[in-house]
Design a protein around this ligand. Structure first.
Ligand code: F6P
Length: 337
């Protein structure tokens, strides 16, 4: 059997350790061949791949990014959605010419949606969830998230220095377009006073009243953690908008920081190394059993799988009854509600 493996969508810590987990167990344990496909689904359209040997997987565990390259290009999805017979046949022919018996697709929501379309067209495919945003439906956690939360928490810890020394309101914007998992977890781990996430409609006046109340209580600084996907006025960037409003409405000295791509760069955390190694191994096992059309997942804390058709098009967001959110509220964290 020859397994093809690709990474698609934004890079994140843990992709290389997944490739290693797949590659080493596929070659050493199952006796399969492994083909690395370059630059996401474009690698299939362009038949851009190389056969990997066991040594190709050495030295990868601790590295960030993806050795296979990645892409957000939607050409494959467009072709599959259009459903033109000639295009579908071209994709199938390419996969046959590359000698692939199964395709392992590492990626986020978009990648899993495309994988589901491939499966629907009879292609042997298995999805492996990755994203720092942790918003993939069907898995309790995706690798990349823990690493991102570690980086963001360290950043919040470091902001405390300026916040407390200068008695300022420090706003930090974290990634998460549609889901506030990073902001909620790093905000709670870093002791944020205010946490604003896209899932909850916040009232900026309530945030400002809360900050002024802190001043009254002799708390001379505040940390405000905001997700990049929160609503703002006139398309303003969240950190910029929230700082402006706080400054104008309270008179507090306010500064903002946008953490950006630092959150998804560099070495995966030990937790993400283990998670990606296990998911990679489990995906290889599914391939060996011929159990295709699934996404590997963590369910009830265990490696498991879920049909790609159930994952496609859904998003896992923070809900109002999230236990960490409720605990935050009980401890006096302001969610702008
Ligand atoms: O990887 C997910 C994510 O980090 C989102 O939080 C963010 O909106 C997006 O990627 C931005 O990535 P890019 O600029 O690569 O499209």
């Amino acid at each position: 059997m020859r397994l093809g493996i690709l990474s698609s969508g934004g890079d994140c810590p843990g992709i290389n350790s997944t490739i290693r987990g797949v590659g080493k167990s596929a070659i050493t344990y199952h006796g399969f061949e492994v083909a690395g496909i370059f630059n996401g689904y474009n690698g299939i359209l362009e038949k851009n791949f190389k056969i990997m040997t066991e040594s190709s997987f050495s030295g990868l565990l601790h590295t960030g990014g993806t050795i296979l390259g990645t892409s957000r290009d939607k050409q494959m999805k467009r072709l599959l959605k259009k459903g033109d017979e000639k295009d579908i046949q071209m994709v199938k022919d390419n996969i046959r010419e590359m000698g692939l018996d199964c395709l392992l697709c590492i990626g986020g929501n978009g990648t899993q949606k495309t994988a589901a379309l491939l499966a629907k067209n009879g292609i042997n495919v298995i999805g492996i969830p990755k994203t720092i945003d942790n918003d993939i439906w069907g898995t309790e956690v995706s690798f990349g998230f823990d690493s991102a939360v570690n980086i963001a928490t360290e950043a919040i810890d470091r902001l405390h220095s300026t916040a407390s020394s200068h008695h300022r309101a420090m706003v930090i914007e974290l990634m998460g377009h549609h889901a506030g998992w990073i902001a909620l977890h790093a905000g709670m781990a870093g002791g944020g006073d205010v946490i604003l996430i896209p899932e909850l409609e916040y009232d900026i006046q309530k945030v400002c009243d809360y900050l002024l109340d802190r001043v009254k209580k002799k708390k001379n600084y505040s940390i405000i953690v905001v997700a990049e996907g929160i609503a703002t006025q006139n398309d303003m960037k969240p950190a910029e908008y929230i700082s402006r409003e706080i400054s104008e409405r309270t008179g507090l000295e306010t500064r903002s920081t946008v953490l950006g791509y630092v959150q998804r760069g560099g070495s995966p955390s030990p937790y993400d190394r283990i998670l990606s190694t296990q998911l990679g191994g489990y995906a290889t096992e599914l391939a060996a059993k011929g159990d295709f059309g699934k996404m590997v997942a963590i369910v009830d804390g265990k490696t498991s799988d879920i049909p790609l058709s159930e994952v496609a098009g859904k998003l896992k967001t923070v809900t109002r009854d999230n236990p960490l959110l409720i605990q935050g509220e009980r401890m006096g964290v302001c969610f702008g509600l």
